[in-house]
Design a protein around this ligand. Structure first.
Ligand code: SAM
Length: 258
């Protein structure tokens, strides 16, 4: 299933082969001269990228998700949200597809859920919508990022996730708002209001469950950059700190089981 690749790491350099300097010419120079040449090329590459992606005629993205150039822009927001709630991630933690975030956030044990029986990392196989998939009251936290868009009934999936939490447990959820599609199984996109409605419905089905604030970080520039396949490192860092609630890129939510 195509998607951005999660990597809770600091900014990585551009890895797109089309933006690498030719080896042979750089190899003729040594030490400071080579590094000056490299940084000059970096400036030129960045200027070329800005020209290519901001053209009013360009309709095709530069890359699919941006992660071949650095950190996919949605992952910048997802990691920022999870990092803000890292104190809630401890003990036995559930995550979907792989241990992309749980261990990095402080989990002691991680169970991986996937509907895909071919996933070698999965320790639990099943559909989130099926109440039999998850054990009851088994986890201190669940980290469910960029998954609900594939689920046929998100409210029931959220209900099942809440029931899988121990009392006091936390469910951290992110869903896409502005994003390219990832195939026929990719079903939904959310606004903060839309997710809040679904979460309210799920919380009403589970005794003691509580809803935290729903947020929609992003702005018109970061949404455009993500849709064009740029990476977070391609942008001025200040652009990544300014949220405009009319232009969410992802929607995030914290739920607790009381
Ligand atoms: C795009 S990946 C994202 C996963 C990961 N948490 C991340 O942030 O990159 C979506 C994952 O959800 C799984 N999935 C899709 N529908 C599901 C369902 N109904 N129940 C459980 N897992 C599902 C897919 O097989 C895939 O591994």
């Amino acid at each position: 299933m195509a998607s951005t690749t999660a990597r809770p790491t600091a900014a990585r350099p551009t890895t797109d082969a089309r933006h690498s300097a030719p080896r042979s010419r750089g190899a003729l120079l040594a030490g400071p001269a080579r590094s000056t040449l490299r940084s000059a090329r970096g400036v030129v590459d960045r200027a070329r990228t800005v020209r290519r992606w901001s053209s009013t005629r360009r309709t095709d993205p530069l890359t699919e998700w941006g992660h071949h150039r650095g950190t996919a822009v949605d992952r910048h927001y997802i990691w920022r949200f999870l990092d803000e709630h890292r104190d809630d991630v401890h003990g036995d933690v559930l995550e979907v597809k792989g241990d992309l975030y749980a261990s990095a956030l402080g989990a002691s044990t991680v169970q991986i859920l996937d509907v895909d029986p071919e996933n070698p990392d999965a320790t639990l196989i099943g559909d989130l919508v099926d109440p039999a998939t998850l054990p009851a009251a088994a986890f201190d936290a669940a980290v469910v990022t960029q998954t609900l868009q594939y689920v046929t009934d998100p409210v029931t999936a959220l209900e099942n996730l809440l029931l899988a939490l121990r009392p006091g447990g936390t469910l951290l959820v992110t869903v896409p708002s502005a994003s390219r599609l990832a195939g026929q199984e990719d079903l939904w996109r959310w606004t903060a209001s839309g997710l809040r409605q679904q979460l309210t419905a799920a919380v009403a089905r589970v005794e003691g469950a509580e809803l935290g604030p729903v947020r929609g970080p992003g702005n018109s520039l970061t949404c455009r950059a993500f849709l064009m396949g740029l990476a977070a490192e391609d942008l001025d860092p200040r652009a990544l700190t300014q949220d405009d609630d009319q232009y969410p890129l992802v929607v995030t939510e914290v739920l607790r089981r009381g």
